[in-house]
Design a binder for this molecule. Structure first.
Ligand SMILES: [Zn+2]
Length: 112
């Protein structure tokens, strides 16, 4: 059987078997893909998005990592939890805002 991706189809409510409608939803300020049953109000959230929102909420205070040096250039490694937020091939802009504040902005080319 072919895997059916949630975002490519219309999910059906497990309770009343009605087709669910895509709705806008956020978890702790993070946009997530969600669907709602217009009959019983049951809501489902895309599991990848739920995991992403959870990871953001858990890591909001920041994670300390040690700076290494490679070919005279400093580097840091992201902890494994960040696998839900950034992926191979993503483009990261490194933006120094102050001596002790460096912001990272992530583009996800495969989502565009
Ligand atoms: Zn329903």
């Amino acid at each position: 059987m072919k895997e059916r991706k949630l975002e490519n189809g219309t999910p059906v409510c497990v309770t009343c078997e009605e087709e669910m409608k895509a709705v806008k939803a956020t978890i702790s300020g993070t946009d997530v893909r969600a669907w709602r049953c217009s009959k019983c109000g049951e809501e489902i959230i895309h599991p990848e998005d739920a995991q992403r929102a959870l990871t953001i909420a858990q890591l909001k205070e920041g994670v300390e990592v040690k700076v290494g040096m490679l070919n005279e250039a400093p580097y840091v490694r992201f902890p494994k939890d960040f696998e839900y937020l950034i992926h191979k091939g993503d483009i990261v802009s490194i933006i120094p805002e102050a001596e002790d504040v460096i912001k990272l902005k992530v583009k996800h080319p495969e989502k565009a």
